[in-house]
Design a protein around this ligand. Sequence first.
Ligand code: PLP
Length: 386
Amino acid sequence: MKAELEDLGSRSAKRSLITTENADQAWLKMDGRKMLNLASNNYIGLAGDQRLKQAMIEAIHHYGVGATASRLVVGNHPLYEEAEKKLIHWKKAEAGLIINSGYSANAGIISALMGRDSVIYSDKLNHASIVDGVILSRAHNRRYRHNDLNHLEALLKKEERNKRKLIVTDTVFSMDGDMANLAGLVELKEKYNALLMVDEAHASGVMGENGCGCAEQEGLQNKVDIQVGTFSKALGSFGAYVIGDKWLIDYLTNRMRGLIYTTALPPAVVGSIVRAIEIVQTDKEKRCLLQELTNRFRVKLEALGFNLCGSQSQIVPILVGENERTIQFARRLQTNGVAAIPIRPPTVPEGEARIRFTITAAHTHQDVDWAVEKIAHVGKELGVIL
Ligand SMILES: *Cc1c(COP(=O)(O)O)cnc(C)c1O
């Protein structure tokens, strides 16, 4: 293990934790230095919102600090019912369930629904929690090339119609910022009699008229069998959800180990979820502003000649390539006051290290322009652009 750590170090792949303050704001403090925060998933700025803070404080006064047990024992405090009612109404779903985190949702749902005789079709760039769910399920794992529906169809064709099959995808991909072709996936899942599960972690609260995500934006909410999303990104708090048919939620309540064998979320967290769902439905200006800022950022970087990995969202990566150069890029940006985070393998494929920028509605047009100026300067210094 020590040799492994040394090896990571020699390949510029070793990571460490850096204390960061004010990550809920447009400007943060990293290692005590003030920097523009282009690295958080706080997309519409709710993590520092006064209304969410108040909701948490009230929940603590009413229900205490800890949930004391699993939801199936005595941890199912009244805020859960309120939050799940709000969730179902927001998503126009038949049923829904709050789960402790996006990671445990994906790992738990996939392994509960699929077994040794099932086949899972998973996009190669899906989030690690989906990959782990597939492994836990012991199902046959068919990874299809990123967003390549021809490849997916070729793989689907090989299985019998009556096998239990699941197609699973992120809707907004977390390291590329591009999107899945949901209409195409719905067509294939119907044609080949498979279930379709989508992970809206980066789209919930951001995409769609009511911020429900990409499925809403594409008008496909009732065509997707299993929709997962989180409250930890745009919704500013913590935790995750799954929505679907009543039988599905019943099944998960009985079979999902990541729900059954873990303590329920603290009342304060669920209280803030209730408030966040209310806010996200009414605060449409925040979503518009986010779109505007993101477009501005992307257009300017593209004009400078950066490779943005096909980004179509508030996640805007700049492809650099080698680890060492990516770290240099990040370091120089940090020196220039931009909190840039290098993303390296195994999070992204070998040779595709990048800086992953995220825009939030807490930023201003001036912030964006200022960042582009710094990024252009460092990009030229390092020869990433001409
Ligand atoms: C962040 C993320 C998760 C994990 O969610 P947490 O609530 O942070 O555990 C799952 N899926 C995707 C696509 C994500 O980006």
